[in-house]
Design a protein around this ligand. Structure first.
Ligand SMILES: CC(C)C[C@H](N)C(=O)O
Length: 401
């Protein structure tokens, strides 16, 4: 994240507030919820971090044996954790009610909002972590080091010699298709910009385009079908493998549409969070805006480019996978701007981040900078967080009214 200091600041401020500052939940609960959320995606890196923090603030070692050794109140959060992580559109006010009316194990509304924000924060942070190839340290289970792809263009000998340019590797990477990738993309953006003005699609046509993109996004195959090697670390105790994104995408379940007109972060979610957990709504809002608007006006080596169309396509594609529709957006643009290998990366990173591979990371946008790929990861992470939050907050609103 250090590539994007402005964003990093906003991220750290929010995270610090959620974990350390005054809030409805006790400190060890906060870290434990972080562990639960990261474990949903088997993210050992984040699990390890929060296990340490959990113990440091006096958390009970026993709880780390698994959710069933934690207090009933936390156990009840397990269901919400699962649904939020994999099929948030299935959340209903009944789920909320069960948490709020559980007699002595009840959650207060404020506690629940705090928990929901933590869960969505750590689900999406797990996406970012895997998306950037961050692994536990080399001495830990599942750990190995990460070499930035930009380095892979160089020979170790070049670096040792202080020879920064990949001269003799140019032919290797210089095949035609990869070479023109950025220019082709820029040309498409230009064309779309021009067409926008003279051709208005009907409401129906726009709705059809959304549905088509949503259905297609479900069919994007994320990873080789083999199951991952079960990890031996702590996260296995929390994870219920019977429930994942894959289950429903395989069965081709229908994802209902949430129209942003009916429930949006700006008009609905934001004020609900702010009312129940002051300041956090504001911080999240700033962080979303920061990620959405962040630009350096560059495309690989090209400068002074307006990239808003491309960034919007990425953001809206993620929301589209979650069934969230913006009536005024033409989803036809997505197919023009995001190619297959990019979609595979996006879907894997957002829906089953633990399946992201180095190869997937390297296969998309090969001419772009490493920092630009991290930038993509920020967009994916924040869009995912907002999507999950929207569904959780909508269920809470429905319960309250
Ligand atoms: C994600 C990238 C397309 C972002 C681009 N480099 C920009 O500064 O806007």
């Amino acid at each position: 994240m250090g590539f994007h200091p402005q964003y990093l600041e906003s991220f750290l401020r929010t995270q610090h507030y959620l974990l350390q500052m005054d809030g409805p939940l006790s400190l060890h609960y906060r870290h434990y919820i972080g562990i639960m959320a990261a474990a949903r995606h088997q993210c050992s890196y984040l699990v390890n971090l929060h296990v340490n923090d959990f113990l440091q603030v006096g958390g009970d070692l026993k709880w780390l044996n698994g959710l069933d050794e934690a207090p009933q109140k936390l156990q009840q959060l397990g269901e919400l954790n699962k649904i939020l992580a994999h099929r948030p559109w299935l959340l209903t006010k009944e789920h909320i009610e069960r948490l709020l009316k559980a007699e002595e194990h009840s959650w207060s509304l404020a506690e629940l909002i705090h928990a929901v924000v933590l869960l969505t924060h750590y689900h999406s942070l797990a996406s970012f972590t895997f998306g950037c190839g961050i692994m536990p340290e080399i001495h830990c289970d599942g750990g190995h080091t990460f070499r930035p792809p930009s380095l892979s263009q160089y020979c170790v000998c070049d670096i040792a010699n202080g020879n920064g340019h990949a001269n003799h590797h140019d032919d290797l990477f210089g095949n035609q298709e990869v070479c023109g990738e950025v220019e082709v993309l820029m040309e498409r953006m230009k064309q779309l910009q021009e067409c926008r003005d003279d051709e208005e699609a009907s409401q129906e046509e726009m709705a059809t385009r959304f549905e088509r993109e949503k259905t297609e996004s479900m069919l994007v195959v994320t990873a080789e079908d083999e199951e991952g090697v079960p990890s031996r670390d702590i996260s296995r105790h929390f994870e219920d493998p019977s429930y994942g994104y894959k289950d429903f995408s395989r069965r081709g379940e229908h994802v209902p549409t949430l129209r942003v007109q009916d429930y949006s972060w700006e008009d609905h979610g934001f004020s609900l969070v702010n009312r129940l957990y002051p300041d956090v709504g504001q911080m999240l809002d700033e962080k979303f805006q920061m990620a959405y608007n962040l630009t350096y006006n560059t495309m690989a080596t090209h400068k002074d480019v307006d990239t808003s169309m491309l960034r919007r396509a990425i953001w809206n594609y993620i929301h589209c996978m979650f069934g969230i529709r913006y009536d005024d957006y033409d989803y036809g643009e997505i197919n023009q701007l995001l190619d297959r290998s990019f979609k595979i990366y996006i879907k894997t990173m957002v829906c089953s981040p633990e399946k992201t591979t180095k190869r997937m990371y390297e296969s998309f946008w090969r001419q772009f900078q490493h920092s630009e790929k991290v930038h993509v990861n920020l967009l994916l992470m924040e869009a995912r967080m907002q999507a999950e939050l929207l569904y959780a907050l909508r269920a809470i609103t429905r319960y309250m009214t």
